[in-house]
Design a protein around this ligand. Structure first.
Ligand SMILES: O=C(O)CC1=NCN=C1
Ligand SMILES: [Zn+2]
Length: 411
């Protein structure tokens, strides 16, 4: 295991480690140390702060004036899935909306068909390409959902692939059972929901959380409550895809059921947003999905933050409603469309994202695992400002360099 000193850091970004997610005005606080260095030993941080003498290491990395931060955390992805849905772009161009495509047997159900056909190895090989890209983009902690199997065999297949990813790559993962993601063709909704509730007990051996898609035409508030109560009764923390398109009151239900996160929230009610600050629920906002669905209304991040809520960001990477694995792009959309400040954005993709999946990541304190990114950027505001490219220059996972941005081949 190399000992490494990273020196000549122009700006070292240090999100605050705390027992609770950052809420309200805390989200705009971000410690940044100039002319800094980091000392890594046995894969962990032993010193981070202003340049100082007295440390030695087998390897020195000259950050050459770059910005350095903890590696990013993506707390909401559907990265394990079969096939793709580019054919749906033609329907979108014709103005067919997301829920109509699903109602017609496409959307999620199209991916279910392709996921059920795929073998474990095929799903692993396909997801591995996205995981590598996420690592190259500075993301080393990832949440991965099932939800494209809709039966025991295929839901567990997805979760097994998800768990194998965490063995195959130097990343930290959290796994979510999203059995009630859609209703299999020809099945009664309540019969199917009871099957997924029945599966919770077995699924909790593979998954950290239980999640449900609460939306018009999918699962109602009452059905979602039934499922979340069953998961809570088993001791599983719950999540919910809530108020993505229609204002069903999913955020209120999330808070009522002590969900660790409520995700999407584009149509969250004022009542729900008022309950958020005093809850233990993190609002995970997915502005890339709003962009991809061609919607004008984005989640009210400003209202949630100014009201004292805890906000995080994620890609929602999936084959139909947000086809990007680039969390840096989400940082830019959060700046442009959610009107979040650079400090809020950095906290939303590090410490608050970590709280949304109950993992101790997103900080660089002594003792923390050395998951670190060197960014080819003049300052921390630059990354949300210059969108659509990868600013990561060097990625260090568990104290080992796992990615260095290549230059051009000799011309
Ligand atoms: O469309 C998909 O595959 C993923 C999704 N689930 C709920 N919203 C989007
Ligand atoms: Zn999702």
């Amino acid at each position: 295991m190399n000992d490494i000193i990273i020196k000549n850091i122009s700006a070292l970004i240090l999100p605050k480690k705390s027992e609770q997610p950052l809420k309200g005005s805390e989200m705009d606080e971000l410690e940044i140390i100039e002319d800094a260095m980091i000392v890594i030993k046995d894969g962990h941080v032993v010193y981070r702060g202003e340049e100082t003498k007295g440390y030695e290491a087998t390897e020195e990395i000259d950050a050459d004036g770059m910005v350095v931060s903890p590696a990013l955390v993506d707390p909401h992805t559907h990265v394990v899935h079969g096939g793709s849905r580019e054919h749906e772009m033609a329907l979108k161009r014709q103005g067919v909306d997301y829920l109509t495509i699903l109602e017609q047997g496409g959307g999620i159900l199209n991916t279910v068909e392709q996921t059920r056909k795929a073998t474990h190895q095929q799903l692993l090989d396909k997801a591995s390409k996205n995981i590598i890209r996420m690592i190259q983009h500075g993301v080393l902690t990832i949440e991965s959902k099932s939800g494209y199997g809709l039966d025991r065999e295929n839901e567990l297949k997805q979760l097994e692939v998800s768990r194998e990813i965490s063995q195959k790559f130097p990343i930290t993962m959290r796994h979510t059972f999203l059995g009630p993601h859609a209703i299999p063709k020809g099945m009664d909704k309540d019969v199917f929901l009871d099957e997924m509730i029945e599966l919770l007990d077995e699924a909790q051996a593979y998954a950290d959380f239980a999640d449900i898609f609460c939306e018009t035409g999918v699962f109602t508030i009452e059905q979602s409550r039934k499922y979340m109560k069953a998961a809570n009764a088993l001791g599983m923390r719950v999540k919910i895809h809530a108020d993505e398109i229609d204002p069903l009151g999913g955020l209120e239900l999330a808070i009522e059921q002590n969900a660790i996160s409520a995700d999407h929230l584009v149509a969250a009610s004022t009542n729900g947003k008022n309950l958020l600050p005093d809850s233990d629920t993190v609002a995970v906002l997915l502005p890339g999905t709003t962009f991809y669905l061609g919607k004008d209304q984005f989640a009210d991040a400003r209202g949630m933050i100014e009201n004292g809520g805890a906000v995080s960001l994620a890609t929602d990477y999936n084959p139909g409603s947000c086809v990007t694995d680039n969390l840096q792009m989400i940082m830019a959309i959060a700046s442009l469309k959610l009107k979040m400040t650079p400090n809020e954005i950095w906290n939303a993709v590090t410490v608050n994202a970590a709280h949304a999946i109950d993992v101790d990541k997103g900080t660089l304190e002594a003792g923390d695992q050395a998951d670190i990114v060197l960014w080819d950027a003049p300052n921390h505001e630059y990354i949300p400002y210059h969108y659509g490219v990868n600013h990561a220059h060097t990625v260090i996972a568990k104290g080992q360099v796992v990615y260095r941005r290549p230059g051009l081949e000799p011309l």
